[in-house]
Design a protein around this ligand. Structure first.
Ligand code: 13P
Length: 249
């Protein structure tokens, strides 16, 4: 039985400003008060260096990276560049990128490989759409995304999986604990099948309308090793209760 520390990571998406980095001091204070919990914030690229400087030691990350280290890829940022800017982690394969930028499993896989090779903790997102869930295909869809976008484990950087059902993101509709239990168990099974004992150590986060008032019940579900939080990570007022729920779980 593996003991996995909870990880509570905030994804600011295309939100935030220099002014909003003031939220980081209270988040850092809460993180110091919860030594058993890992806390991270992923702001837009433009805020990473400032967030590292003002983040009170909280790991700061990116929300995407290119799979190549450098080159003629206008508008993109590589994993090595993120690392140089002070980032310690990166999210890849978020459903908003899979949908809006048409990112395929193969592209997400390449990004995850590049991120791990650059030494970044790498959060790979998977999750079914509402239509897939209604068609009874949620487990199969997640298994296919997992198989297609999770890299081999190599080096020292940590791989993390985030299960984010698309229909629960930004909608206020959280998946039920039973739904989460079923999918996280399936993810765990697939990780152990593929990686053996190491698959038991990989943290699996839940994401999708996590808030202070539902975090505790989600964290009590087997194989929920933390949360990837969107809207509620933008202010300390909403994010700190999620950190505290993780600390008490
Ligand atoms: P919300 O917490 O706003 O639903 O967003 C979840 C998410 O997409 C985190 O990556």
């Amino acid at each position: 039985m593996h003991v996995r520390r909870k990880l509570v990571a905030g994804n600011w998406k295309m939100n935030g400003s220099l002014h909003q980095l003031a939220e980081l001091s209270a988040i850092a204070a809460a993180a110091r008060g919860a030594p058993g919990v890992d806390v991270a914030i992923c702001p837009p690229f433009t805020l990473i260096a400032s967030a590292v400087a003002r983040g009170g030691g909280i790991p700061i990350g990116g929300q995407d990276c290119h799979h190549q280290p450098s080159g003629a890829f206008t508008g993109n940022v590589s994993a090595a560049m993120l690392k140089e800017s002070g980032a310690r982690l990166v999210i890849v394969g978020h459903s908003e990128r899979r949908a809006e930028q048409q990112e395929s499993d193969a592209q997400v896989l390449a990004k995850a490989e590049a991120a791990l090779a650059a030494g970044l903790q790498t959060i790979v997102c998977i999750g079914e759409s509402e239509a897939e869930r209604e068609a009874g295909q949620a487990v199969d869809r997640c298994a296919a995304q997992l198989a297609g976008s999770i890299p081999e484990l190599s080096g020292d950087a940590e791989l993390v999986v985030a299960y984010e059902p698309v229909w629960a993101i930004g909608t206020g509709r959280t998946a039920t604990c039973d739904d989460v239990r079923e999918i996280h168990a399936a993810i765990r099974g697939a990780l152990v099948d593929r990686f053996g004992d190491a698959g038991g150590r990989i943290r699996i986060l839940y994401g999708g309308s996590v808030r202070g008032d539902n975090a505790a019940e989600l964290f009590a579900v087997d194989n929920v090793d933390g949360a990837l939080v969107g809207g509620a990570s933008l202010t300390a007022e909403q994010f700190v209760p999620i950190i505290e729920a993780a600390a008490h779980s």
